[in-house]
Design a protein around this ligand. Sequence first.
Ligand code: ADP
Ligand code: MG
Length: 223
Amino acid sequence: MNSIISCKNIYKTFGKIEVLKGIDLSITKSEIVSIVGPSGSGKTTLLQILGTLENPDNKRKPELLIDNQSIMKLSDNKKSILRNKKLGFVFQFHELLPEFTAIENVCLPSWISKNDMDSTREEAIKILDEFDLLKVANKKPDEMSGGERQRVSVARSLINNPKIVFADEPSGNLDSENSKNLYSLFYELRKNKGCSFVIVTHDLKFANMSDRKIVLNDGKIIK
Ligand code: ADP
Ligand code: MG
């Protein structure tokens, strides 16, 4: 099987509102997929479900496979282990921990997996260097620029060598130069590390560059 993530019968209701209305989707290893659609169409909800951060409605036999493993029956604990080992997340507002330096933020997911402190630090330094971030390694988020913060959050998403990186409007807060750099970074990472990317974006220029563009409207994939 060549797919790294696939889902079927994904519905999601909040209160009385059905936000996702039956999503079937499959993403190939190393594929870069963008998800576009109007505000409120369910993009973030879908990303959170694919990333196991949120559960789909149980009523219509939802299926979710990540790296050939069925997710729906896993305990919360097993899911968080899987998230930590196989998935990376990049958010619009970077969500770095303000009290920690860049290098500490990057190390965190690996420390959570109880990996060795010294080898984690070495790996973090390597990634920060690749991203031209050594100069901010010991700075806290409020001492960095927006582009630096966002690159640090990408570095953090990669420390455990994820198979899939989920990004929700990662360039929402960046100017066009920094957005361009961020997107080139995603392509480079795919090339060098082979990870897949699922990226919610408003940036049509980027969406059109991705391998595949999924258009969501009113909780359904229309294209
Ligand atoms: P998008 O990312 O495409 O803008 P979202 O997935 O964030 O869309 O939201 C889709 C709809 O679901 C919106 O109407 C939103 O208000 C609603 N929604 C999202 N999350 C929740 C929640 N936790 N509780 C209630 N309603 C929610
Ligand atoms: Mg959203």
